[in-house]
Design a protein around this ligand. Structure first.
Ligand code: PMP
Length: 377
């Protein structure tokens, strides 16, 4: 067995959602799967592609017309990558692994925020890298001083950013952008920015990938799972400066050859014709965010207003239980499942993650039950 495999664990999110499956009648707010169907035109395009026999390999980097559409789409966020700088992957997950495998040598250190999406720490460890956690502000926004401290202490050369953030809903604030840029240049960092939720930003959007002067040192990761509600169709991408693409392509090519052809045809039409559906989903998530936030506040949870994605991360510290104990008990007593914050690393202990990409009815019922639960404990 590869010794790196022993350094990592099965995902705490999945572990918990699997437990829920065994509790009949439980309401699960554990997964990041939007409750909307795939936009109609995306579905039609995939059916058409299938009927036309477009079931063969695409080029390794993915359909050129899709890469051109991604390039235009990113331009609307102020991010410039041309089609040669984009590689279509099997979900954002493959993009993360291809990037980690290409960049990180055994023993090299990677700065990862805590709490964070668990694939970062585990992916880095799997390729033999070392994780250096950096702390965030109390509202989970980036704290430049904490980050600098972690750089100085560790000498790490890779920085992972993730905005809007799973599990906290934090975004990159305009005021942090320049200081972050200075830090990246001063310490000669290579940056991986996972922005799979960039379409779901409820406040002004800012990204380190918007800064042209950092183009050589930023790798951007995006995906279609969330924007087109197509998690099972497994489509994502990464963008990297042309000069570096060949090296990344080696890893991607030998790993998956190419992403699924049918999904690529769907996403192509999605970017051309379905951005209004995305706007609709976003407005729905925003409404649900306000509802869930309002309910949690009314229950006196300490909680930050998420500014992106579809997760909220209230503190459960005052209940004097670990996050795992709290979520286990909530599931046992009220049949409501939320993910223990500890599934997102050391910085997540004392919190739980609620996904609010579920129906109004489920959210309302689950929050009623959470309200009953905290009165009882
Ligand atoms: N990054 C983040 C922050 C995520 O939350 C997820 C999925 N939950 C992914 C990447 C991977 O998504 P996918 O492989 O479905 O594109």
């Amino acid at each position: 067995m590869n010794s790196n495999v022993n350094r990592i664990e099965l995902s705490g999110i999945r572990k918990f959602s699997n437990k829920v499956a065994k509790v009949p009648g439980a309401i699960s707010l554990t997964l990041g799967q939007p409750d909307f169907p795939v936009p109609k035109r995306v579905k039609e395009a995939m059916i058409e592609a299938l009927e036309q026999g477009k079931t063969v390999y695409t080029s390794n980097a993915g359909l050129v017309e899709l890469r051109e559409e991604i390039s235009k789409y990113l331009e609307s966020f102020g991010i410039s990558y041309d089609k040669e700088e984009i590689c279509i992957t099997v979900g954002g997950s493959e993009a993360l692994f291809t990037v980690f495998t290409t960049l990180i040598d055994r023993g090299e250190k990677v700065l990862i925020p805590t709490p964070a999406y668990p694939a970062y720490e585990n992916g880095v460890k799997l390729v033999g890298g070392e994780v250096v956690n950096y702390k965030l502000n109390e509202d989970f926004s980036l704290n430049i001083s904490y980050l600098e401290e972690a750089i100085l202490k560790s000498g790490a050369k890779y920085l992972l950013l993730s905005f809007p953030t799973n599990p906290t809903g934090a975004i990159l604030e305009k005021t942090q952008l320049n200081a972050l840029k200075d830090l990246i240049l001063r310490y000669d960092l290579m940056v991986i920015t996972d922005e799979i939720y960039s379409a779901l930003c409820y406040d002004e959007y800012h990204s380190i990938a918007q800064l042209q002067e950092l183009k050589d040192r930023v790798i951007f990761i995006g995906g279609f799972s969330k924007i087109f509600s197509m998690t099972g169709l497994r489509l994502g991408y990464f963008c990297v400066n042309k000069k570096l693409m060949d090296d990344f392509m080696k890893v991607h090519q030998y790993n998956v050859s190419c992403a699924t052809s049918i999904s690529q045809y769907g996403a192509y039409v999605g970017l051309r014709e379905c951005l209004r559906d995305v706007e609709y989903m976003k407005s729905e998530f925003l409404r649900r965010r306000d509802y869930v936030y309002g309910r949690l506040k009314a229950m006196n949870f300490e909680v930050n207003l998420p500014k992106g994605a579809f997760y909220i991360f209230p503190s459960i510290k005052k209940f004097n239980m670990t996050s795992e104990e709290f979520c286990e008990l909530l599931l046992e007593k009220k049949k409501v499942a939320c993910v223990p914050g500890s599934a997102f690393g050391a910085g997540g202990e004392g919190f739980m993650r609620i996904s609010y990409c579920y129906s109004d009815k489920e959210l309302e019922r689950a929050l009623d039950l959470i309200e009953e639960f905290i009165k009882e404990i």
